[in-house]
Write a protein that binds this ligand. Structure first.
Ligand SMILES: [Zn+2]
Length: 172
C-alpha cells in the first residue's frame, strides 16, 4: 500500500501547535490534485467537511493502533459512509484486484485514499500505522520498529514528555 499518502493526509492537520494545511475547500482540492487523486475542479463546503471527517476518523483508528481506547466504532462508520458515497468497488487487474471509486470529484478522491487503507489492511501495513500516543499530538507515522513498539512521533518530543510525566507521578 501507499502508506505515505494516508499518513500525509492525516498529518495535513497538526494539533499542537495547531496547523491546518487544508483550511478551505480550494486548499483541499489543491492537496488532493497534488497527490494525483483527481478531485475534479470544484469542492463544496459539505465535501470539504466530509474530507476532514474522514481524516479525523483515520486519525482515531491510527490512535487505536497505539493501545488507546477510543471511538473505533464511530470512526469506522465514518469511513464506511465515505466508501459508499465514493462507490468503491472491486476491479480485476492482471495479478490481482484493487478497489476503485465510481464517484468523481472529492468523493472519488477520498475513495482512492480509502482504497489505500483497504490495501494496507490486506498487506499488513495498516497495523503498523499509528498516531502518536500523546493525546495533544496524535501525529501519524509508520512504525518500522521490529517489535512494533513505537508509541511516540519522536522520542525527543512526546516520548520524552511522557517519560518526565511518569517520573513526576512516581515521585509525587
Ligand atoms: Zn507526538
Amino acid at each position: 500500500m501507499n502508506s505515505d499518502l494516508v499518513i500525509d493526509f492525516v498529518n495535513t492537520a497538526e494539533l499542537s501547535p495547531e496547523r491546518e494545511e487544508v483550511p478551505t475547500p480550494g486548499a483541499l482540492l489543491d492537496w488532493l490534485a497534488g497527490r494525483g487523486l483527481d478531485p475534479g475542479p470544484r469542492a463544496t463546503r459539505a465535501e470539504w467537511e466530509e474530507a476532514l471527517g474522514v481524516r479525523e476518523a483515520l486519525r482515531i483508528l491510527l490512535w487505536a493502533h497505539n493501545e488507546v481506547e477510543t471511538d473505533v466504532v464511530g470512526a469506522t462508520a465514518v469511513l464506511d459512509g465515505a466508501a459508499q458515497r465514493a462507490g468503491l468497488g472491486v476491479r480485476f487487474a492482471e495479478g490481482g484486484t484493487r478497489l476503485e471509486p465510481s464517484a468523481s470529484g472529492v468523493g472519488g478522491a477520498l475513495g482512492r485514499i480509502l482504497a489505500e487503507v483497504s490495501a494496507g489492511m490486506a498487506d499488513g501495513t495498516w497495523e503498523r500505522m499509528k498516531a502518536c500516543r500523546a493525546e495533544d499530538c496524535r501525529w501519524a507515522f509508520l512504525d518500522t520498529a521490529k517489535n512494533r513498539s513505537r508509541a511516540w512521533c519522536s522520542m525527543q518530543s512526546c516520548g520524552n514528555r511522557a517519560k518526565v510525566q511518569a517520573y513526576r507521578e512516581r515521585h509525587a
